[in-house]
Each structure stands twice: as C-alpha cells, then as structure tokens.
Design a protein around this ligand. Structure first.
Ligand code: DAH
Length: 345
C-alpha cells in the first residue's frame, strides 16, 4: 500500500510540473484529492486494513494530503502572479518609480494673484468673504443702486436662470449681504472686507473679453473714511502686486453704486503704453474702478449714510493676472491649456 502512496506522490509532482494555468491546476486537484481522486480512494480503503497497516498508511496518506494541499495553494498563487505579470507586460508601460514632484499640478495664474492680494489685505486687517455665484436680481442690481430699467444694466447683460435668478455680473453683488452680515462698525474700527469671485457676462469674446472672469472687490466703511484712504489702499495694492512702479491715472468714472466714482487705469504693461490689441490700442487698461459708496447703497445695507462713509473698489482680477504675467489673450486663462498655464509661479 505504501508503494501505491509513493507512486501517487510521484504522479502528483509530475502533474504539477506540467500545469500551466489555474484550470489545469484545478483538474489536478480533482484527480488526486477530489471525491473520486486517487488519494481519496486510498483514504477510503483504510477502513478495510488491519490496525497496524491502517496506522502506517494513514499517517503517510494524511501527510501527503497536507503536502499536496500546500503545493496546490502555492502554485495557485504563482499562476495568479504570472497572469498579472502577463497583463502588465501587455499594457502600456508606466514607470512607477518616477518621483511625482515635478509632475504635480500648479496654481492657476489668477489664483496666484488672488492669494497675493488676499495676503496684502489680510495684513491690513481685511476679512476675506466668499461671494456666491447665483444671485437675485435685487442683490446684483437693485441693492447697488441699479434699479429696474436703469441703462447701466445694459452693460452687464448676463445669463438668467428660469427661476429669475442670475449669474452674478460683478462682485458688487455681495455688498448688500456683507453690510447686513457685519452691520455698522464700532467707532474707530472700520469694517474692512475683501470679496473675490467669479463673474459672468454675455460678452462677445475677444482678446480682452470673456463671458467668465474674476473680480476682487473690497470695501471699507467707518465713521471717518475719505477719498485719501481709498487712494492710499489702491496704491499699496498695485505696488505690492507688480513689485515695481507702475504708471497709473485716476479719472472720473460713473458707477451707480459710488459717488464720486473713479476709474483707476494702469499703463498697459504688454505694450508699454504704445497701444496693442490687449489695451484696445489706447495704451491704458481700466483695472481698478472705485469710489465712495453711494448713500443709497449704505442705506439699503442697513448702514446710516449720515453717520458712516466708505469706499469700494472692484478690481479686475483676470486683467490684473494678464498684466502681471504678460498674457496677451484672456482666452488662455479659461482654456485649460496646461502647457500655457503651468508656466506661472
Ligand atoms: N462692479 C463694477 C463692474 O463690474 C466694478 C466696480 C466699480 C466696483 C466701482 C466697485 C466700484 O466697488 O466702486 O463694472
């Protein structure tokens, strides 16, 4: 009987060597350990043996069974790994060992400029607020002194939703909400808020107009705020952002929500003031419209215009990024073209 067991062992080992996939391995298992398998037959015949042989053969058969099971398991794993290796060899090659640092993402130029300005203003005591993009007509227009049928609405045509709300045309849409949220400031502690955001307009797209762009609005309201405060903050802002002297000009500008209102233009940094498509050949770019907050706007925000004054500005963040980095065409910024966008640090 022991001879038969050793023969089974040899046959099993030979069979195992010939196995090349998991189906063949399973067939081998059934051949030896299945219900009618060779080793199972020996186990079944144990009961007819005398006690001594039963003991001897039993021990041998059980040991072999354990061995076989072990080998089947090990070979199953080996076959699985081989299958994985084959699949990997057939698929495109990836070098998982390349360090990822140089291949990681980068900040969008607008984000870089936005964070820089936030840092500057935070250091001057400003709070940063996040404006929502879907607004009511009231917040976007009425609350900033642009009543229904006011011609100023024509310049800010946008996308209306079926429920009558709209995609905000300017960050000024958050002014009313912010005034109501923080209320009138305590004496000597002016309310200082910076609120960046994405804006939308139904524009004809060209090198300097996009239907989606970014602005950065700021407001300072207190019992003693004047135009000189406004000019000071605007100067700090521009010199810190450009890290060099830039030529600016201040001229009167009309915006229904400020009185007086100004346009702060900077000398076009793309052409140095000679005239190019980016500055519409004028040599100047409107960058920073600003002014003293209109009494109606303060009143609608729940702040008494007889006691408080304030300034507001609406920085064209997209335009600022273009100027800072010499980006000639606004369309690059929304293009998702990584080759173009990854150059900025
Ligand atoms: N909201 C204006 C626009 O998008 C920009 C603006 C002008 C904002 C003057 C202001 C301001 O806060 O004082 O055209």
């Amino acid at each position: 009987m022991l001879e038969i067991v050793s023969k089974i062992k040899d046959e099993f080992e030979a069979g195992l060597k010939a196995v090349s996939n998991s189906e063949e391995l399973e067939a081998l298992r059934i051949k030896f350990l299945g219900k009618k398998g060779a080793l199972t037959d020996v186990l079944k015949s144990l009961k007819d043996m005398d006690a001594e042989t039963k003991k001897q053969v039993g021990m041998e058969v059980n040991a072999l069974k354990g061995e076989m099971e072990e080998s089947l398991k090990a070979n199953g794993k080996r076959l699985e790994e081989a299958l994985y290796d084959m699949a990997m060899a057939a698929s495109p090659k990836f070098d998982f060992t390349i360090p990822s640092e140089d291949n990681g993402g980068s900040l969008h130029p607008i984000t870089i400029v936005q964070r820089r300005i936030e840092d500057i203003f935070k250091s001057m005591g400003f709070i940063i607020e996040d404006g929502i993009e879907i607004q009511t007509e009231y917040n976007n227009f009425e609350a900033v002194n642009i009543p229904k049928d006011h011609p100023a609405r024509d310049m800010q045509d946008t996308y209306y939703l079926s429920n009558g709300q709209l995609l905000k045309t300017h960050t000024s849409a958050a002014q009313n909400y912010i005034m109501r949220k923080y209320g009138a400031p305590e004496p000597g502690k002016p309310l200082r808020v910076l609120f960046p955001g994405r804006c939308f307009r139904n524009e004809n797209i060209d090198a300097c107009h996009e239907n989606t762009f970014f602005q950065m609005e700021g407001m300072m309201i207190g019992d003693d705020i004047s135009i000189s405060n406004l000019i000071y903050f605007m100067k700090v802002l521009l010199s810190e952002v450009f890290e060099r002297d830039v030529k600016v000009r201040l001229r009167p500008g009309f915006f229904p929500f400020v009185e007086p209102g100004f346009e702060l233009d900077i000398n076009c940094l793309i052409c140095g003031g000679e005239g190019c498509p980016t500055c519409k050949q004028s040599g100047w770019l409107e960058l920073l419209p600003c002014g003293m907050i209109h009494p109606n706007v303060l009143r609608m925000g729940g702040i008494d215009p007889d006691k408080y004054t304030g300034f507001a500005f609406g920085l064209g963040l997209t335009r600022l990024a273009m100027m800072k980095y010499g980006i000639k065409d606004i369309r690059v910024l929304n293009s998702g073209n990584l080759k173009a966008l990854k150059q900025f640090k």
